[in-house]
Every structure is written in structure tokens, then in C-alpha cells.
Design a protein around this ligand. Structure first.
Ligand code: PLP
Length: 406
């Protein structure tokens, strides 16, 4: 099945605007995706007709909103192929999901002298929460190295895992390089030693079918705003066996069973981890975004984006003084590069003048930039609506930038 890109573009209002006198070309999808009208309409419908606080209300609107919210949880359970809907926890995004696990899991399972393993290509969101947990629990952070192709050195993982390792946390797809990590092999290696694995799926969920049962990961997280849904909401999947044992992350309404000054008992899953009024409208928007992606067919999405990536790499390689970052065997969503004689920020700023949105900098992966010994990169990242004509325009614009600087 092939994506009908011309047709689907008509459903994204933000695409049809001029930026600095040019038609917008949006290659910043790894930062956030544009939203289809169908998602915007879902948000409007909620606020116009269903707006209500949920779970406790005795009235019509509250029941309606509660049913819609819990139904969205079931949609997401099916989308991820999770065993139970109570294994789906709504968070503010990937960052909060990882912080939740790092704080709560570590309180119960991580003790002085224990170790946590992350990789050298993690987003800061999958480093700093573990550093905080390590500081709190007097544990040590260990790092899976990355090679010059931008791939994890899996041979080193065997040496890193030992009887003190309590958690392995890795990205499914690198936001800086686009590398698709061999998470199946990492999970298998960790599970041989009964070590749980958290997968940061922020950059995978927009580009591929995620099956947490097939992966057998212990935790998986992603952000709504990177899968064409609204900002401010995300998903943590966790295996029931872990979530049941983990203490609450935040206290407040919803997460309690009974509150007394002599002591409080906590609600069952998933509510134990959803303190306070949930972000109902955005959860419903996320549900419609995932339905939208499913309707497009994730295989067709992956195929279209794969072709864009191959085309981009082939064309970029023809430019002078260009350094392509990494050449991983499997890549999704992202191509990173820099001109060796032009600062990435200058390239990005001039592209913006030409109506092209890209991201420049360290992409919240400073340790990786240090390893690669670059000040940052120019990152182009793809979404379902990107076209080969847009890539041609990008390449022409890069040629002009080169001329400007020589
Ligand atoms: N992990 C990865 C790999 C990311 O790319 C990002 C965002 O760019 C995050 C985590 C954090 O996501 P959020 O800011 O939506 O919480």
C-alpha cells in the first residue's frame, strides 16, 4: 500500500501557509509533528460538547467524558498490543513517563551499589532522570557505547550487564541520528539476567508499528505530539507485574482509595499513577491521531519515509564539504548532517529564510555530540506529508547556502 501524500496533505492546515515569503517546508517532525484537521476537530468536539471532569461525576457529561477517556486507553492498549488496558498510564509525555519509572521503580528496586544501563545516544530525557535516581539511591550509571556508524556496540552490553544491574533504558530510535536500535536483542540479553528494560519510543512510535507483547519490553513510552496528536500528553506502558509493585509517583486526587491522617491507601492500576485531573481532551486527541496513523497504515508510512531518507542521503552526499552523521544499517525518521565549514545554526537560520523548518544544535543529546566531536548538526526529520519535491527544494537551498559561504 502506498501513501497518497497529495491527498493527505490537504488534511494538515498548518502546511498551507507561507513562511518568510515561501511555502512552508516542514522538516522538523522529530521535534513535533503538524496536526491533521481530524485531531483538531476532536479537541474542538471535546471542549464544545463533552468537557467535564471525569471518574467522580454523577452527571451526564462526566459519564460521557469518562467513557471516552477510558475508551481511548483501550484504543492505545490495542495500538501497542498490550495485554491489559490498566498497563497504559497517561503522562505529560515521554519525559514524564521516564521520570515516573526512574523515580518510582528506583525507590522500590534500586539500592546502594546497584547499576542502571543507558546508551550513549540517549536523549537527555532518558539520561537525567536516571542520573537523579542514581544520586538518590547511590547507584551508578553505565553507558552502552556507540560506534562511528552511529550504532550501539552491542558486544559491550554483555560486559556491562551483571548481578548489580537493575534496569536497562534505551531509545528505540535515536532522535539525533535516526538509528533504529536492535531493541529485541537488547531486551533478550537483559532478560537472560532478569533485568527489566525500558524503551524510549518517542522517535519510533511515529514511524513504525509498536508491539510491546512481541518486544516483551517491561516499559515503553512515547509522546502524543510526535505522533500527530496534541502536546501535553503521552503514554507509559508498563508490565502489570512491575507497575503493581512500584509505589505511586505523585500524590493527589484520583490515585487514592482512602485518605486518613493515620495513613492513605492507593487506587488500583492505572489510577495509582494518574494523580490529579487528567488531560482528557488531549488524550482524546491522541486517540484520534493514532487512529489516523493506523488508517494510513504504518507499513505505508514507514515505506514512504524510508524512500525519503534514501533520497535525502543520496542527494546530500553530492554536496561539497558535507558530513553525514552516522550510517546505521537501519534508520527511521531522521537524517543529520553538517557542513564542515558552516556552523549548523547558520545553515538552519538561512534555511528558515527560505521557508524550510529544520532543527539545529545538539538535539538534547549532548553526550552523543561530544562523542561525535561536533558542535551540533542540522537535522531533517520526516513526516507522512513530506515530499520528494520538498527535498529537491531543500537541496537547491543548501547549494545556495554553500555558494553564499564560498
Ligand atoms: N526521547 C526522545 C528519543 C526524544 O526524541 C524526545 C523528544 O524529542 C524525548 C524523549 C522527550 O519527549 P517529550 O519532550 O515529548 O517528553
Amino acid at each position: 500500500m502506498k501513501l497518497n501524500v497529495d491527498e493527505l496533505r490537504t488534511g494538515f492546515p498548518s502546511l498551507h501557509q507561507m513562511v518568510n515569503g515561501h511555502k512552508l517546508v516542514y522538516f522538523d517532525n522529530a521535534a513535533t509533528t503538524l496536526k491533521p484537521q481530524i485531531v483538531i476537530d476532536r479537541l474542538n468536539a471535546y471542549y464544545q460538547k463533552e468537557n467535564s471532569n471525569i471518574h467522580r461525576g454523577a452527571h451526564y457529561l462526566s459519564s460521557k467524558a469518562t467513557a471516552a477517556y477510558e475508551n481511548a486507553r483501550c484504543t492505545i492498549q490495542k495500538h501497542l498490543n498490550a495485554a491489559h488496558s490498566h498497563e497504559i498510564i497517561f503522562t505529560r509525555g515521554t519525559t514524564e513517563a521516564i521520570n515516573l519509572v526512574a523515580a518510582s521503580f528506583s525507590k522500590k528496586f534500586i539500592h546502594e551499589g546497584d547499576e542502571i544501563v543507558v546508551s550513549a545516544m540517549e536523549h537527555h530525557s532518558n539520561i537525567v532522570p536516571w542520573q537523579l535516581a542514581c544520586a538518590d539511591r547511590k547507584a551508578t550509571l553505565r553507558v552502552i557505547p556507540v560506534n562511528n556508524d552511529g550504532e550501539l556496540v552491542l558486544d559491550d552490553l554483555d560486559a556491562l550487564l551483571n548481578e548489580k544491574t537493575r534496569m536497562v533504558a534505551v531509545a528505540h530510535v535515536s532522535n539525533a541520528l535516526g538509528t533504529v536500535n536492535p531493541v529485541e536483542a537488547i531486551i533478550a540479553k537483559a532478560h537472560q539476567r532478569n533485568i527489566p528494560v525500558l524503551i524510549d519510543g518517542a522517535q519510533a512510535a511515529p514511524h513504525m508499528k509498536i508491539d510491546v507483547a512481541a518486544l516483551d519490553c517491561d516499559f515503553y513510552c512515547f509522546s502524543s505530539h510526535k505522533v500527530y496528536g496534541p502536546m501535553g500528553v503521552g503514554v507509559l506502558y508498563g508490565k502489570e507485574q512491575w507497575l503493581e509493585q512500584m509505589p505511586p509517583y505523585q500524590g493527589g486526587g484520583e490515585m487514592i482509595k482512602e485518605v486518613k491522617f493515620s495513613g492513605t491507601t492507593f487506587n488500583e492500576l492505572p489510577f495509582k499513577f494518574e494523580a490529579g485531573t487528567p488531560n482528557v481532551g488531549d488524550v482524546l486527541g491522541l486517540e484520534s491521531a493514532l487512529k489516523y496513523l493506523t488508517n494510513l497504515q504504518l507499513d505505508a508510512v514507514a515505506n514512504h519515509e524510508y524512500n525519503l531518507i534514501q533520497y535525502a542521503i543520496e542527494k546530500l552526499k553530492t554536496l561539497e564539504n558535507i558530513k553525514l552523521m552516522g550510517s546505521p544499517a537501519k534508520r527511521a525518521g531522521v537524517v543529520s548532517f553538517l557542513f564542515t565549514d558552516i556552523h549548523p545554526y547558520d545553515t538552519g537560520t538561512i534555511l528558515d529564510k527560505m521557508g524550510i523548518a529544520v532543527r539545529t544544535g545538539s538535539h538534547c543529546a549532548q553526550p552523543l555530540m561530544d562523542i561525535l566531536q561536533v558542535p551540533g548538526t542540522v537535522r531533517i526529520s520526516f513526516g507522512v506529508y513530506n515530499t520528494f519535491a520538498e527535498l529537491d527544494y531543500l537541496i537547491d537551498s543548501l547549494v545556495k547556502i554553500r555558494k553564499l559561504f564560498t
